[in-house]
Write a new protein. Structure first.
Length: 125
């Protein structure tokens, strides 16, 4: 059996470099709710540019409890990282997604206001 890369090019059987380059293992990272800014900087932003393909989601809780609960999360497809916020639980999946999206939006807006001076101090061209 011949292996091929995602580009369709054949790979040699001894080329470990190529097989490592194309791994798509999902990595999960766990953060507390007060560490959302750190998770944003580490996983979503690269050199100050955010990954616009980030998907907000909710991970079901698997701790053996009878009540269904969802943890807010986001997935960065470019890095194949999933970040889960462990200390927040919601009874509905859509509430967990909305909470995650709202926290990221608040973070972006608060940082934008730090970098831009008020309109009355901006130079008029």
């Amino acid at each position: 059996m011949r292996r091929s890369s995602p580009d369709g090019l054949p790979l040699s059987e001894n080329d470990d470099r190529a097989s490592c380059r194309h791994t798509t293992a999902l990595q999960r990272f766990y953060y507390a709710s007060h560490q959302v800014a750190i998770a944003y900087d580490v996983h979503i932003c690269e050199a100050g540019v955010p990954d616009v393909d980030t998907i907000y989601g909710a991970c079901p809780r698997h701790e053996g409890e009878r009540l269904a609960a969802y943890h807010p999360s986001f997935h960065v497809p470019g890095k194949n990282h999933t970040v889960i916020i462990t200390d927040c639980r919601f009874g509905e999946e859509n509430l967990a997604k909305a909470w995650m999206a709202d926290r990221i939006r608040q973070l972006i807006l608060s940082r934008r206001s730090q970098w831009l001076p008020p309109a009355r101090y901006r130079r008029q061209c």
